[in-house]
Design a protein around this ligand. Structure first.
Ligand code: BGP
Length: 497
């Protein structure tokens, strides 16, 4: 039984990561090079800036071939989860996690994507990780492709811009479904396809200096191919996985507000919202919404689709919606607003919201609105598979980290999740982003920390790698142990920086 203060008994509690941001060991265990292994850390733009430093060019790949590629590549070392996974999982268990979202590194299984047989050493690594999780009563949630793919598929086909990626992706999906069918119940086909609009290299392995097509068209073309890949993987999963397995989509959900009640502004907000919901429309309902087809036509975007694609999409719909939620966005009918559909941080500042040091508006109520909106529109369960606060933490001399601001952030969002459940939304669980400090996706830095667990490591990979419990560690443990009742304890300090 639940009362108003507690979450449902089967609510999944935990944290979320991605292979390329934690594993390291980029050239061990037979792993091939990944698109993420080329992501640079650029100190001059990272700290406090919302800058995607992840764009890689074909020229970079040529330089790498010639042994001339220079830079700092933190995703190659991650936080060494590859070697320290037991210790990390034990800490997750200590917090009471019942779920852990992670991804499988595609090039660990198929080093170039093109092999006919998988790399057994890679498969064996994930067996060990899943066994360790399950031994602690933690259900893995596994993303097939979280911002990485074998670099060979970029070199050869320019990533998802080509349909040629479909066959290697579906082969990869089939391999891991077959191997882990008895260990993994929850799957996600792709991480945040909608971020292709922000970084088409990160999301889809496309280098822009090897195509003449406009960037926006490239992003939607790659997305179309990923939709097909996702639908074909769902179809394979239905054939291979046990009936209680669940395969979901995952989008970066950004709630959009009109700046004023002027109908034109409201219409603009609606359009941007439709652009964000486009991904779930296709993957939950199984077809393209008219609003996007009109958007393509109005903007002269020629997204090529083949005969039979409609059927593939219609047959490969997902069981649940995973969302990352970090912020809302404010907009108005103004020049350039039509282009904002892919922005991570809105061009207009909402005066009612504070921002993180990276300029991300903090909006817990927006999460409740989003959960309601997704449920009202689709009536399929929603899983919050990312949410959290990236901040600069200070490790004190006595090995403590006082991260009240993080406690406040997660507290306020969880309160709104609880409200959404009371509103009638089917929320499967909450996996906060980066329960242990990890390499930032957008900026490849270590100093943008999300964790309840501090990792003693700097932006250049220097440090002992020691794991240290922050103040938020015991706070989150108490929230989980009380199924949310501890949220009503003493009010935490509001976001202080
Ligand atoms: C999401 C990604 C994650 C992640 C998170 C935080 O979009 O799915 O991989 O890292 O954002 O972003 P960042 O690391 O840039 O702070």
């Amino acid at each position: 039984m639940t009362d108003a203060r507690t979450f449902p008994e089967d609510f999944l509690w935990g944290g979320a990561t991605a292979a390329n941001q934690i594993e390291g060991a980029y050239d061990e265990g037979g792993k091939g090079l990944s698109t993420s292994d080329f992501a640079r850390y650029k100190p001059e733009v990272s700290d406090g800036a919302d800058n995607f430093t992840f764009e890689v060019t074909g020229a970079d790949l040529d330089a790498a071939d010639a042994g001339r590629l220079e830079g700092v590549f933190p995703k190659r070392w991650g936080i060494d989860f590859y070697h320290r996974y037991k210790e990390d999982i034990a800490l997750f268990a200590e917090m009471g996690f019942t779920t852990f979202r992670m991804s499988i590194s595609w090039p660990r299984i198929y080093p170039t994507g093109l092999e006919t047989e998988p790399n057994e050493e890679g498969l064996a690594f994930y067996d060990k990780v899943f066994d360790e999780l399950l031994a602690h009563g933690i259900q893995p949630v596994v993303t097939l492709s979280h911002y990485e793919m074998p670099i060979e598929l970029t070199r050869r086909y320019n990533g998802w811009l080509s349909r040629e990626c479909l066959e290697p992706y579906v082969k990869f999906a089939r391999t891991v479904f077959e191997r882990y069918r008895d260990k993994v119940r929850y799957w996600i086909t792709f991480n945040e396809m909608n971020m292709n609009l922000t970084s088409v290299y990160t999301g889809a392995g496309v280098v822009m200096d090897r195509t003449d097509r406009p960037e926006r068209e490239v992003a939607y073309q790659a997305t179309h191919h990923q939709f097909l890949g996702s639908a074909l993987a769902v179809r394979a999963g239905k054939e291979i996985l046990p009936p209680d397995a669940r395969i979901g989509t995952m989008i970066n959900r950004i709630e959009v507000y009109p700046a004023t009640p002027r109908p034109e502004d409201v219409l603009q907000a609606l359009r941007e919202d439709q652009a964000n919901l486009f991904y779930t429309d296709v993957q939950v309902r199984g077809s393209y919404p008219g609003s996007m087809l009109r958007y393509f036509a109005d903007h002269g975007l020629n997204v090529e689709m083949a005969e039979g694609d409609d059927e593939i999409l219609a047959e490969g719909t997902v069981d649940y919606i995973g969302i990352s939620y970090y912020m809302s966005h404010m907009t108005a009918d103004r020049p350039g607003a039509q282009e904002d559909v892919g922005l991570l941080v809105g061009a207009m500042k909402n005066p009612h919201l504070e921002q993180t040091p990276w300029g991300w508006p903090v909006d817990p109520v927006g999460l409740r609105i989003s959960l309601n909106r997704l449920w009202d529109r689709y009536q399929v369960p929603v899983f919050i598979v990312e949410n959290g606060l990236g901040a600069i933490d200070t490790l004190e001399d006595d090995d403590t980290v006082h991260d009240d601001y993080r406690i406040a952030y997660v507290h306020d969002h969880l309160v709104q999740v609880r409200e959404a459940i009371a509103d009638g939304v089917a929320v499967m669980g909450y996996a906060s982003w980066g329960p242990i400090d990890l390499i930032s996706c957008g900026t490849s830095q270590m100093s943008k920390r999300y964790g309840y667990i501090y990792v003693d490591q700097d932006n250049y990979g220097r440090g002992s790698g020691r794991r240290i419990r922050k103040d938020s560690f015991s706070w989150y443990r108490d929230v989980i142990a009380s199924r949310g009742a501890a949220l009503d304890g003493p009010e935490p300090t509001p976001l202080g920086r």
